[in-house]
Design a protein around this ligand. Sequence first.
Ligand SMILES: Nc1nc2c(ncn2[C@@H]2O[C@H](COP(=O)(O)OP(=O)(O)OP(=O)(O)O)[C@@H](O)[C@H]2O)c(=O)[nH]1
Ligand SMILES: [Mg+2]
Length: 345
Amino acid sequence: MAIQWFPGHMHLTKQVITERIKAIDVVIELLDARLPGSSANPMLAQLTASRPTLKVLNKQDMADPLRTAPWLTHYNSQPGTRAIALDSSDTAAAQRLIASCRALAPLRGGMVKPMRVLICGIPNVGKSTLINSLVRKRAAKAADEAGVTKAEQRISLADDFYLYDTPGMLWPRIIVAKSGYNLAASGAVGRNAFDDEEVALELLDYLKGPYADRLQARYKLSEVTGLSDDELLTEIGRKRGALQSGGRVNTQKAAELVINDFRTGQLGPITLETPEEFDLWLAAGQKLDAERQVKKDAIELNRLIKFKKIPRPPRAPNTDTRQDPSQDQSQDTSSDALTPDETQP
Ligand SMILES: Nc1nc2c(ncn2[C@@H]2O[C@H](COP(=O)(O)OP(=O)(O)OP(=O)(O)O)[C@@H](O)[C@H]2O)c(=O)[nH]1
Ligand SMILES: [Mg+2]
């Protein structure tokens, strides 16, 4: 089942950012370098479109450098976008962002026109960690859990330079199913909003392609590619002693173990998507979503007609002068005259 997580505090954050953006000079959007496509929030892109934006592919230390490079090229080739990769706990590297912000808004600075920078992104991506590195002290609470920052917070970097930390935000409908799984694997989705086994199986399904050797090495497996995802998870559970009574593998425990290994970098630097793969997933998700919308519209139209909220649309003029009773019947089976049964999703 597709993963969705948009609790009330994210709805509130959306409203706060909508207001705040009016008094912001530069936006720093943090992406997760392990999932640079899936972690780009389309709703944030809309909310912040009016301001110069710097995309930071954060947690680069955990991502595959061979894949980070093409992602940077991908984002830097988009008009009005500048992207860099970062490990936000690296204070010296983070500090260089200050100069980047000044370059993006050269007219800001000084007490009269202080620089105002909004830091935003998905949950648990490292926003508060970056702020702490920028101000060189623990000014914002940071921890390895989605939803640590609960409300917007203003932090002064200098008298003429303010940073706004915001709570992590996803978006109301994640139409790329694979993005939902990758976001969950990364730790951006609340614990109760996904099934560990489902996420671990999707993760293994991907990893056994480009990162089969890592799985083999970590779990001491003789082969990986010939196994189904279920077999692979079971085998990992067996090797790592995730067993229940009777010696059977506890697949829930095995799934938690795999997800934790990915999150803590035990499998080595990994990136779960390339720009080309993400483009394909996005196109498929958009197509599916458009089909779903057409179906939904037909259901709604049928409901409105049925309950006489709107008149039935006039039929197309009959250009055939012969009287043909079958003509009427065929019109009644058109999409705007679906029976309630036909319109069930
Ligand atoms: N390896 C690595 N870990 C990082 C990096 N940046 C942040 N982290 C870790 O990621 C976890 C989440 O960091 P936070 O700064 O709390 O993330 P956030 O985006 O503020 O999270 P919310 O407030 O919950 O939305 C913490 O355990 C950080 O130590 C990084 O660049 N590399
Ligand atoms: Mg935070």
